[in-house]
Ligand binder design. Structure first.
Ligand code: GUN
Ligand code: ZN
Length: 439
């Protein structure tokens, strides 16, 4: 039986990173190929480079899709998002703990119903792709059905998603609680079912320290030690009242980070959302252990949580892995471009001008590094998975006017992240296949 290779070729302005611009210079970290060609075969990149040099590698009969004047970037990576909160974006007037009680814990109860979860998983994945996001680290609800719904949809779309069932055995409505034992058992069964099933990967997901008993955190840590190649995701130091509450609940611990560390929940492939108020000592521990932070600026602004210090986290003396997170539904946009826009403004309020290259790094290769997936996604390299986004720098009348006046690729990217949103995403490719087309 002969099998036909699936080939895709796209031509346009390639922009991608091969290293971290927070730690090295632009020449060593950034690649811009004004007339580039990307060829993919069976879902992975088979050739990449200047059109003139790579065109002779085009298999016979294959004409590249020419995205003239468009940028071609590795797909965006969202390192923190709740699919079960898609429907509560823009819930008025509360900070974290009240917002959870009034809106979030109500919405998430609906995800026990598999039919409902199926419908929302479809809307969620389509919204990711409409925004050029090809990979994400996702919180589901406490119900295993909600995890099945998401991974089934992700596998249908062949997306590389990392996700898990929320663990919560206290301080939430009865209907949303598991127990230390059922949380462990359900998570273990889901790991078996979904981890490395297609492109899916599993994340052990204690919601945050206040909603888990010490017993539950201990069992979560034990589960991770039994399955070291899965992920851990949770929240940390987002809001000042939350931090005080953690001190009351865990008085024997040095601080918030120490709670997770003592229960064996930190290290490589552990991703902590927010970290707005982490201390210098806690940042040092993140650096030493390889624990990553998901930076979620639209959410931090929306809930009034505070200003994450990106320059402090990425201090070259002890850099921490940082990825961008939309944190839907406390976050206000699925668009990674809009998320970068808000991260720039947040950095400005900390007297740090976050430039466009560092920002796009965080949304692509930086996110891949935070997820320990930089050997697979986040850059353009032969053998890597072919997830990419076609960006239209003239997608609105205003963007067109502004773009006509840019003088460098850095400026073009900066304007895109300031004015761009889902309209700037002309197309999204997943594993070499067209998965979303704007027009
Ligand atoms: N902390 C604990 N749960 C949540 C959540 O769902 N959203 C945010 N933003 N913070 C949290
Ligand atoms: Zn969150």
């Amino acid at each position: 039986m002969s099998t036909q290779a699936s080939i895709t070729a796209v031509r346009g302005k390639l922009v991608y990173f091969i290293d971290d611009p927070f730690l090295t210079d632009v020449e060593s970290s950034f690649r811009y190929i004004p007339d580039g060609l990307l060829i993919t075969k069976n879902g992975v990149i088979s050739a990449v480079g200047p059109y003139d040099q790579v065109k002779n590698e085009l298999p016979e009969g294959i004409t590249p899709v020419h995205y003239k004047n468009h940028l071609i970037s590795p797909g965006f990576i969202d390192t923190h998002i709740h699919y079960v909160q898609t429907e509560i974006i823009g819930a008025f007037g509360r900070q974290l703990l009240d917002w959870l009680n009034e809106y979030t814990f109500v919405a998430e109860q609906q995800f026990k119903d598999k039919t409902y979860a199926d419908a929302m998983a479809k809307i969620f994945c389509e919204e990711l792709l409409r925004n050029g996001t090809t990979s994400a680290l996702v919180f589901c609800a406490v119900y295993p059905e909600s995890v099945d719904a998401l991974f089934e949809e992700a596998n249908r779309k062949n997306m590389r998603l990392v996700a898990g069932k929320v663990l919560m055995d206290r301080n939430a409505p009865e209907k949303l609680l598991d127990t230390a034992q059922t949380g462990y058992d359900d998570s273990k069964a889901l790991i078996k079912k979904w981890h490395k099933n297609g492109r899916s990967l599993y994340a052990i997901t204690p919601r945050f320290a206040p909603t888990s008993t010490p017993e539950q955190l201990e069992m979560a840590g034990a589960l991770w030690s039994e399955h070291k190649d899965v992920y851990v995701q949770t929240h940390i130091s987002e809001n000042l009242a939350e931090i005080e509450w953690v001190k009351d609940l865990f008085p024997k611990h040095k601080g918030y980070y120490d709670v997770y560390e003592k229960f064996g929940l930190t290290g490589r492939r552990s991703v902590l959302a927010h970290g707005v108020h982490l201390t210098e000592e806690e940042m040092c521990r993140c650096h030493e252990t390889g624990t990553a932070i998901a930076h979620c600026p639209t959410s931090n602004f929306f809930l009034g949580s505070g200003l994450f210090k990106i320059n402090q986290a990425k201090d070259p003396k002890r850099p921490v892995h940082v990825g961008m997170g939309t944190d839907i539904g406390a976050g206000t946009s699925f668009s990674m471009l809009q998320t970068l826009n808000e991260s720039y403004k947040m950095a400005q309020l900390n007297n740090y001008p976050l430039d466009s290259l560092k920002a796009f790094f965080l949304a692509t290769l930086g996110g891949a590094q935070a997820l320990d997936l930089d050997d697979k996604i986040g850059t353009f390299k032969v053998g890597h998975e072919a997830d990419f986004v076609i960006l239209d720098p003239e997608s609105t009348p205003l963007l067109k006017t502004r773009n006509e006046r840019v003088k460098s690729i850095e400026e073009q990217l900066f304007v895109l992240m300031t004015l761009g949103d889902d309209r700037a995403v002309k197309a999204t490719y997943v594993a070499g296949q067209l998965a979303h087309s704007r027009d």
